[in-house]
Design a protein around this ligand. Sequence first.
Ligand SMILES: NC(=O)C1=CN([C@@H]2O[C@H](COP(=O)(O)OP(=O)(O)OC[C@H]3O[C@@H](n4cnc5c(N)ncnc54)[C@H](O)[C@@H]3O)[C@@H](O)[C@H]2O)C=CC1
Ligand SMILES: O=C(O)C(=O)COP(=O)(O)O
Length: 387
Amino acid sequence: MAVKVNCLNPIAACGMELLPDTYEITDNYADADAVLVRSASMHDLELSDKLLCVARAGAGVNNIPLDKCAEKGVVVFNTPGANANGVKELVVAGLLLASRDLMGGYNWVKDNASDENLAKAVEKQKKQYAGNEIAGKKLGVIGLGAIGAKVANIAVRLGMEVYGYDPFVSVDAAWGLSKYIKHITNVEDIYKECDYITIHVPALPATKGMLNADAFAMMKDGVRILNFARDVLVNDEDIKAALASGKVAKYVTDFPNPAIAGTENVIALPHLGASTEESEDNCAIMACKEITDFMENGNIKNSVNYPNVNMGVCGDTARVTICHKNIPNMLTQFTGVFAKQGGNVSGMISQAKGEYAYSILDIDKVPTEDDINALLAIDGVIKVRAI
Ligand SMILES: NC(=O)C1=CN([C@@H]2O[C@H](COP(=O)(O)OP(=O)(O)OC[C@H]3O[C@@H](n4cnc5c(N)ncnc54)[C@H](O)[C@@H]3O)[C@@H](O)[C@H]2O)C=CC1
Ligand SMILES: O=C(O)C(=O)COP(=O)(O)O
């Protein structure tokens, strides 16, 4: 039966073209085996028994009910780093927007475009829009993942003094950081010392409202805040108060909401970070490859709720994949099912991530319905698939 793929957001064609010709694109979410999504919220959607995987063409997965998916054996992927350059470049624009009154100047010229003496008027008016340079200023980067690390590195090259904070930094990201970045172990040092602060952490219970009144109170007067990560990371009321008092000079955000969008000295963009042709292509390609490898071979790469497991390409043998709880004695029970029928398990791999685990078994004969039912009957087994 054809694999049915439903797109909850438009996904770039160069990715969709990578899906095997046998796959069918369906408008019917409830009938899909695989779902592709960008920022559409899935929290209120039912997870059908048929659904096997969700691929988020992007980084943030706060629009997807990860635990609910894991409980139902739905593997959720994202595309780490695929849009990081797009966001990094917009953050550079954000640093400049926070420093020079480009918007004010642009609007003034537009409003006076028909003035015959415009050239002369410009020279009189321009002092209204004077600003600062970023070179030599201190930039604090909170979160040194795919985006934060790129932002930190380019800021060094733009002449900024960069402070970086990430208690969970990955080895790969750490290897890629410029040696000129000051390693900060207490985020308060960023609050106290930096002229610009940019936040690049996921929206999690632990990071929600991270930039709040207590944090602003520690900051320098006239600090400029950049948020290209998620609105919930910054407390709306607290930043409004900090803007009103002048503690925060500018707030540049990619996540406007009615509470802050119209506030003076807020520069709000309509979530444009990853909206470049290049990022959209990169994300679509990675997401479609993840879905294909999962559907065809059962392999999991870049999952956020199940472990990464790679058993290579499915060969002549039959393959069974099992989403299950990470509890004792599962593997002997799996092999026991096939041993009972005299079947040979020629390969097996199993990995766990937190409460959940995923196993792939290669067996020398196609599993029967009884085999599948016997696997499903094992306590802790969530989903079984024969490829
Ligand atoms: N504006 C836009 O269009 C986009 C926004 N984003 C947002 O940016 C976030 C980061 O994206 P990536 O860098 O690609 O993700 P990533 O997963 O590569 O990096 C996140 C980093 O945050 C760190 N972190 C987690 N909790 C932290 C804490 N309490 N303090 C300091 N660091 C902490 C992690 O260790 C990790 O290194 C995404 O979760 C998403 O919300 C991502 C892509 C596009
Ligand atoms: O990748 C992310 O986390 C983003 O915020 C990008 O979202 P989008 O794909 O542009 O809707």
